[in-house]
Design a protein around this ligand. Structure first.
Ligand SMILES: Nc1ncnc2c1ncn2[C@@H]1O[C@H](COP(=O)(O)OP(=O)(O)OP(=O)(O)O)[C@@H](O)[C@H]1O
Ligand SMILES: [Mg+2]
Length: 292
């Protein structure tokens, strides 16, 4: 079975990821992922300030994710088309990486491989020290909900629920049963991390685009993902609002999240620790010519 591409999901993912199949094991934070938990070894910084203070424990720290030689060819067409031709990417805790590239270059395809919505044809994908290159969908679904947060250009918020209830959906779907008070505290903490705890009771139609996107980021953060994947999260926002959202995303790295941001906006990209360009199926530092 081919897992769905998340961009093309027929129904919006209410919690920012494709729900695990029936009977899939409940996500256990940290399961099979032997790296330092977010925030370990450093005081939690107030994320609203946007100050990224990477928590790298030095060069020896195990990367959060390591992709090497990842390839992906689209078949089922007249001519098979290679979208990813040997992508290498390493992301550590606290890293922020921007991925630029022209439309159709494969950025979303790459994010769907990183986020385990799709599998590569070749190469190796390590999550911590675990080889997940060919992980089965059932296990992938559990890892998606335990380790990854997703933010999309469209916010996929449920209009009839408050901001807090939208964020709480991710807990209901991903973490099994939590006592109400604990759930509420987690939700408010996630909203606070992106500076909108005071809007907890507002419903999306009463929120600005930037506020709605920050609710979506809070929803991605509430399960404390190790890797945050954002696919053109500012594509629907004006410049000022987009800047706020990028600051909110970037601030998550201060507590150890690894951030991968796909964007067409060079100014947003320039705020990340690294700027890469996907071209001819290969990732290279932006500005350097890629030789396929
Ligand atoms: N489900 C699919 N079936 C066939 N081709 C696809 C499918 N999804 C994507 N493609 C093709 O794969 C290529 C890469 O698509 P992808 O969505 O990864 O590009 P992108 O870099 O994210 O583009 P954009 O900046 O427009 O979002 C495109 O040429 C696209 O037409
Ligand atoms: Mg795309």
């Amino acid at each position: 079975m081919t897992p769905p591409r998340y961009e093309a999901a027929a129904t919006p993912p209410v919690d920012g990821y494709a729900p695990p199949p029936p009977g899939a094991p409940a996500a256990r934070p940290g399961a099979g992922f032997p790296v330092a938990p977010p925030g370990a070894g450093a005081p939690a910084a107030p994320l609203r300030d946007g100050a990224a203070a990477p928590l790298r424990d030095g060069a020896a720290a195990t990367p959060l994710i390591r992709l090497s030689g990842i390839t992906k060819t689209l078949k089922g067409q007249e001519q098979p088309r290679t979208i990813l031709a040997g992508v290498d990417l390493t992301v550590h805790s606290g890293d922020s990486v921007a991925i630029l590239g022209r439309s159709g270059s494969g950025k979303s395809t790459l994010l769907s491989v990183i986020g385990l919505f799709d599998r590569p044809d070749d190469g190796q994908y390590l999550l911590g020290e675990r080889d997940i290159t060919r992980i089965a969908e059932r296990k992938a679904a559990a890892l998606r909900s335990a380790e990854f947060g997703f933010v999309f250009q469209r916010f996929f918020l449920l209009k009839h629920l408050t901001a807090a209830q939208n964020v709480a959906m991710a807990l209901v779907n991903g973490q099994g049963w939590l006592p109400r008070r604990k759930r509420r505290a987690k939700v408010l903490a996630a909203l606070d991390r992106v500076g909108i705890a005071h809007l907890a009771k507002h419903k999306p139609p009463r929120l600005s685009g930037g506020e709605q996107q920050r609710v979506a980021i809070a929803r991605a953060l509430v399960r404390e993902p190790r890797v945050l994947l954002a696919d053109e999260p500012t594509g629907a926002l004006d410049t000022d609002t987009g800047n706020l959202v990028v600051e909110a995303l970037l601030s998550t790295t201060a507590q150890g999240c690894g951030l991968v941001l796909v964007t067409h906006d060079r100014d947003h990209a320039a705020k990340m620790g690294r700027v890469l360009r996907l071209s001819d199926g290969l990732l290279a530092p932006a500005g350097e010519r890629v030789v396929a």
